[in-house]
Structures are given as C-alpha cells and as structure tokens.
Ligand binder design. Structure first.
Ligand code: FEO
Length: 170
C-alpha cells in the first residue's frame, strides 16, 4: 500500500463526514423546496451533489492507493428549520468544521511523511476556501432579505453567491 494505514482510517472517517454533509444539504434543499424557494433549494441540491463527489474522490483515492474503503455509519441530518438563516448558518458551521477536518488530515499526513496524501489534499484545501466563502455570502444574502425570502431567491437567480462582480483569473 502506498500510504500509511492510519491515513487510510482517517480518510475513511472523512468519507463519512462528506456523505453526512451531502445528506444535510439534501435535507436543506428539500426544506427550501417545501417552502417554494426554488433557487435556494437548487443551490443546496447542487451542494449536496458536490459533497457526494468529495466522498467519491476520497473513495477513489483509497482504492488507487491500495487501501480498503470502509464507509462509517452516517447520522440522520437535521430536516426541519425555524428560519432560513438557521439552515444556512448550520451549513456554514458545517463547512468550517470540514475545513478543520481537512487541515487535520494534512497534519496527520505530515506527521506520517505521507507526501502523496499531502499532495492529494491540496485540491480539498482550495475547495474549502471556496465553499466557506460562498456559504458565508449566502448567509449575508439571507440575512439581508430578512422575512422576504423571495428577495434572496430572486437575487440568487440573478447574481448567485459570489462576493465580487467578477472573480479574477476565473
Ligand atoms: Fe466536502 Fe464542503 O466539504
């Protein structure tokens, strides 16, 4: 096997976290669909697919490295929300938590002198920067809309979640 057993175990845990994030976003997407907010709903369904892709990237990595994939049990996500802001705040907290988890994986790989995994994790570090930033923007959008969530939904359709009119070098 190309990478240490300890790293494989930690990545298997991370696969669980990514699937868990995916389920949470499906639940939030369904919540907004129930509230007839199609853009907010679509945004979270898309995020759910992205989290599933993250889990699949880790699965492929373990297989490629010659390790054994063991997917842990996943807790049920939160499905009901008093307010949109609460659902988006939960999502932002989740992204911050995942960033800490990815940092911890890098730290473990460093301790184990596992440079292949350190290299593999670079993509996830860049992805977390993007995801925390866009979720933070979405929280601001929802907070500004207040009780009129149609405004947030309309804004998402027109502008999306970016914070700058044009992202340099994109
Ligand atoms: Fe896969 Fe948004 O963390």
């Amino acid at each position: 096997m190309l990478i240490p057993e300890k790293v494989v175990s930690a990545i298997n845990e991370q696969i669980g976290y990514e699937f868990s994030a995916s389920l949470q976003y499906y639940a939030i997407g369904a919540h907004f669909a129930t509230e007839a907010l199609p853009q907010l709903s679509a945004h979270f369904f898309k995020q759910a697919e992205e989290e599933k892709d993250h889990a699949l990237r880790f699965i492929k990595y373990v297989v490629d490295a010659g390790g054994r994939v063991v997917i842990p049990a996943i807790e049920a996500p939160q499905s009901t929300f008093q307010a949109a802001e609460g659902a988006v705040q939960l999502s932002l907290d989740q992204e911050v938590k995942v960033t800490r988890q990815i940092n911890a994986l890098v730290e473990l790989a460093r301790t184990e002198n596992d440079y292949i995994t350190i290299n593999f994790l670079q993509w996830f570090l860049a992805e977390q920067l993007e995801e925390v930033s866009s979720m933070d923007n979405l929280l601001k959008i929802v907070q500004r809309a207040g009780d009129d969530l149609l405004k947030a939904d309309e804004y998402l359709a027109r502008v999306g979640v970016r914070s700058m009119p044009q992202t340099p070098a994109e």
